[in-house]
Design a binder for this molecule. Structure first.
Ligand code: ZN
Ligand code: ZN
Length: 252
């Protein structure tokens, strides 16, 4: 039971901070927050993503490149060009680390208004810290796992961030349905996106990249937006476009 709860908690907490902080805040600036709150969310993202913590700065640049070049040869990750999912993940890793280290030059326009706490990212992304997290996961399983076979779940904990990225970047450009025809292959994976906290409503997101609610039709549900709405209501963040709360009415 402890292992089950730990896995579910890690899945959803890591996913929430990826979509809330790395994607919707850092990459798209769908809302504002104070410099102090930004640091708080850096730390919370680090705790929840653990060994697979991703730098909001490098993630933001890579994600902006994805929107700009979706499904072309310049896209950092695309099922249309990358053969199979592991090839795509490896290419994504190389581009991400190239951006993070500065080895890949990036046009200034992709860096605009990105959060950049470089000293924290250096610590959180260091090999020693990543190994320490994995050791902590192993220790938890050592004390709480009723079966050695459950240790097979540890690689999923270790790779939680990239795992979520791969699911969205591969499946949401390949499977599902579309609301909006576009030049890219983005799709919506499911209407009630409880599994990916709204990230699976990807065709909607490509159509409206600055809209904080990824659910567009009446029967589409983006769980992360509920939290974003509440965080705005209690003053932790400030949503920019209040009118974006509303669902768009259109005929498909
Ligand atoms: Zn996409
Ligand atoms: Zn995006």
């Amino acid at each position: 039971m402890a292992i089950f709860l730990f896995f579910i908690a890690h899945w959803y907490l890591s996913l929430f901070f990826q979509t809330f902080f790395l994607h919707r805040y850092a990459s798209h600036r769908m809302f504002d927050m104070s410099p102090l709150m930004e640091k708080v969310f850096y730390v919370l993202t680090f705790i929840c993503q653990g060994s697979s913590y991703l730098s909001p700065y490098a993630y933001g640049i890579m994600h902006r490149l994805h929107h700009e070049h979706a499904d072309t040869e310049h896209d950092p990750h695309s099922p249309s060009h990358d053969g199979h999912v592991f090839k795509m993940m490896w290419k994504t890793y190389q581009i991400y680390t190239g951006i993070f280290s500065g080895a890949i030059p990036v046009d200034e326009k992709y860096k605009a208004s990105l959060p950049n706490w470089a000293a924290f990212d250096r610590m959180a992304c260091s090999v020693g810290v990543r190994i320490a997290w994995v050791m902590a996961y192993i220790a938890f399983y050592y004390y709480f796992s009723p079966s050695i076979w459950l240790f097979l779940l540890i690689p999923f904990h270790a790779m939680m961030g990239p795992l979520h990225g791969a699911i969205v970047n591969w499946c949401s450009h390949k499977y599902g349905y579309i609301n909006f025809k576009s030049k890219d292959t983005s799709t919506n994976l499911m209407k009630l996106d409880l599994l990916m906290m709204g990230e699976g409503l990807h065709n909607n997101h490509h159509k409206f990249p600055s809209r904080p609610n990824f659910g567009v039709k009446r029967d589409e549900f983006d769980p992360s937006f509920i939290f974003i709405y509440l965080l705005d209501k209690i003053g932790v963040i400030r949503l920019k476009k209040k009118k974006d709360f509303q669902r768009l009415e259109f005929s498909s």
